[in-house]
Design a protein around this ligand. Structure first.
Ligand code: SF4
Length: 226
């Protein structure tokens, strides 16, 4: 396994896009809400749902809002009844820590991750997004774009969420800032290039195996025509 590969990908993306200052939210609680609402929908819909809260997006207001009213508020994010129940559940958990991020940060990452995963509606990607972007724990977030990038290179991570997460965490410094930037960079590059295999202009085109394959195929097609 080439242990230089992930740092090289990270540095290349960082040099191209710069720091992306994720997550786009005003407060840690807004990150938590966004991490729930973004399940199975686009970020545009999440933004609309979050805007519906106006100035009232706080754990206290969500805890005190009737669930039917909460569902109506987040309707643009889809699956709104289900997501309203998830928001209530995660907010109840947050209340155990008096809605205090500092208190949570004093606890072991593994404990907080296990607690989050025990909440209905919080899967691994959502839990890691909350851990990393709301609380600043070094917990790498894996999503479909991460897997896509690994397949393109290819990077042999092993299958399944836990294997991919372990691969990234074992081959990068244990550093929340790097995990924060790297996940954001992977998402941005995938949206711009990789999900369409639009390799022209992709900052990884010199090193990516998939891109090399496409280039070689085009070259051999050209040679055939000549
Ligand atoms: S070079 Fe192409 S396949 Fe490789 S990461 Fe970039 S867009 Fe994806």
């Amino acid at each position: 396994m080439d242990e230089e590969l992930l740092p090289m990908i990270y540095e290349t993306l960082l040099a191209h896009y710069g720091e992306l200052q994720w997550w786009p939210a005003k407060t840690p609680y807004e990150v938590i809400v966004g991490a729930i609402l973004t399940q199975n929908t686009s970020w545009v819909n999440v933004k609309t749902a979050i805007a519906n809260f106006g100035a009232n997006l706080s754990p206290e207001s969500v805890a005190n809002t009737d669930i039917a009213k909460l569902a109506e508020t987040i309707r643009p994010a889809g699956f709104f009844n289900r997501k309203a129940a998830y928001l209530k559940a995660v907010t109840e958990w947050f209340e155990r820590y008096s809605y205090d991020v500092f208190t949570i940060r004093q606890k072991p990452l593994s404990k907080i991750r296990a607690e989050l995963l025990s909440i209905k509606g919080v899967g691994q990607e959502t839990a890691d997004s909350i851990l990393l972007y709301a609380f600043g724990f070094p917990s790498f977030v894996v999503d479909a774009y991460t897997v896509l990038l690994c397949n393109r290179f290819p990077v042999e991570t092993g299958k399944g969420y836990a294997a991919v997460k372990a691969y990234f965490e074992n081959n990068l410094p244990q550093n929340a800032k790097i995990y924060n930037n790297f996940h954001a960079l992977i998402v941005i590059n995938a949206k711009k290039h990789c999900r369409k295999a639009a390799c022209d202009g992709c900052p990884l085109s010199e090193t990516c195996g998939k891109c090399r394959l496409i280039r070689d195929k085009n070259l051999s097609n050209t040679a055939h025509i000549l």
